[in-house]
Design a binder for this molecule. Structure first.
Ligand SMILES: Cc1ncc(COP(=O)(O)O)c(C=O)c1O
Length: 427
């Protein structure tokens, strides 16, 4: 996947772009634009690729729901044998709504509220990933109140050098807000071992997303292994999992995909020496290439010597270009031989609202359909209603059939939770 100009799930037939067995033009005409379109075969392929690479190691794949929490995607992954990693009560609710049993869930996140923790404990999540000493104490108290034993993991910040495509998605460096700093981890683990209502079952890390250098996994694992040895030397025998988080690189242009062989070669010796089950938490890797955003060019115009395409998708629909300066390949749905250079901008009232700047693509006119590739991860789930824009529809394709898997929002949805006539209360 991801090699060559087009992911195999998206291809040109007689010049027009198709997703699997369905023309994107037909989807745009039936469901309108902007619309996210997801290829089931791409998701199946990525899951098979990762599972195949890990086959020789005892492991569990916990999909990071934050990358794309659409229920149909979750249900597809569940049917493949994938488990989930969630970071909020809302994501846990999504996982349950998609049919996941609690014993297939890991609940992480740096700022879980007591209400979220209690919800997770009542439902018996498989592992609660703890990110601070304070949180550990609250979990112990809540578990005691509920009469359950919390299965906790420690998310450690190994404080290694992380190479990624953007600083905002590095999470395992010194001073980052995530995890328990490695020099405090043994103290917190020791405390976990003494608390009556918790069992320490996992040690893990998540050092960042879109990692451009796998070496950071190796560096982090050195620190985790030292910690595991130290924890066991205290007599703790409850450890079951070594969790290396997500972060696998996905090509957005013509870069090489993540080297899974090297990834496994870095991890495998540590798994074998520690005799733990490996947990991986891929998000982007499983769904990024499966998704495209189909948008229509509303207007073509010239300004300051530049040619602009104003599309009906904006930064509220796909924020990655403006938030992370992320590159997304863009092609016309109907191939045209001639090419030109454009700023592809959205309808939002902000100059930071763009999908691409100075991009060469087909020489399209108003009314043309554009396909924004590699939009399956951190696309729809980061969308907003800014400028009071209803969120787009999400469609799933499977072979030559397709379905709406989340309806386009309406203007009525935008005001559904609000009132123009407040019911005032006394303070
Ligand atoms: C704890 C945790 N696990 C997994 C992931 C998924 O990362 P990715 O989408 O890069 O695989 C994230 C993403 O931020 C995360 O915070």
């Amino acid at each position: 996947m991801g090699q060559g100009l087009l992911a195999p799930s998206f291809q040109r037939i007689d010049g027009a772009l198709w997703c699997e067995g369905v023309p994107l033009q037909q989807l745009a005409e039936s469901a309108g634009t902007p619309a996210y379109v997801y290829s089931s075969s791409s998701i199946r392929g990525q899951f098979a690729r990762l599972s195949g690479a890990l086959a020789a190691i005892p492991h569990r794949v916990h999909y990071a729901v934050k990358a794309n929490g659409n229920l149909a995607i979750l249900a597809l992954l569940r049917s493949l044998g994938c488990d989930v990693d969630v970071v909020s009560g809302g994501e846990l609710h999504r996982a349950f709504a998609a049919g996941f049993q609690a014993d297939r869930t890991i609940f992480g996140g740096v700022g879980k509220t007591s209400a979220e923790l209690a919800y997770a404990l009542r439902n018996g999540v498989h592992v609660l990933s703890v990110e601070s000493a304070d949180e550990l104490d609250i979990i112990d108290r809540l578990a005691g109140d509920l009469g359950v034993r919390a299965r906790v993991g420690l998310r450690v910040n190994p404080e290694v050098t992380v190479e990624s495509t953007h600083d905002y998605i590095k999470t395992g460096q010194k001073g980052d807000k995530f995890g328990i700093p490695v020099d405090q981890a043994l103290t917190v683990a020791t405390r976990a071992a003494t608390l009556p209502n918790v069992a320490l079952v996992a040690i893990g890390m998540h050092i960042g997303s879109q990692l451009t250098d796998l070496a950071a996994y190796g560096d982090g694992l050195v620190r985790l292994e030292e910690l595991i040895v130290a924890v066991r030397s205290l007599g703790v025998s409850s450890l079951e999992y070594l969790d290396v988080g997500g972060g696998l690189f996905v090509p957005y242009a013509d870069e090489d995909p993540a080297d899974l062989e090297r990834y496994v070669a870095l991890i495998r010796p540590v798994v074998e020496r520690t005799r733990l089950t490996l947990v991986v938490e891929p998000g982007r890797f499983l769904v990024a290439e499966a998704g495209v955003l189909v948008t229509r060019v509303l207007y073509r115009k010239r300004s300051g010597g530049r040619t602009l395409l104003v599309t009906d998708a904006g930064m509220n629909d796909l924020i990655r270009p403006s938030h992370y300066q992320a590159y997304h390949r863009i092609e016309a749905v109907d191939g045209i031989a001639t090419r030109a250079t454009f700023d592809v901008v959205g309808p939002i009232c902000e100059s930071g609202d763009f999908l691409a700047i100075g991009r060469e693509l087909e020489d399209v006119s108003s009314g043309a359909l554009l396909c924004v590739f590699t939009a399956g991860a951190y696309g729809y789930c980061m969308s907003s209603n800014y400028n009071a824009r209803p969120r787009p529809a999400e469609l799933m394709v499977d072979g030559d059939r397709w379905a709406v898997v989340s309806m386009r929002e309406t203007c009525e949805d935008l005001v559904r939770l609000e009132t123009a006539t407040p019911t005032w209360r006394n303070g």
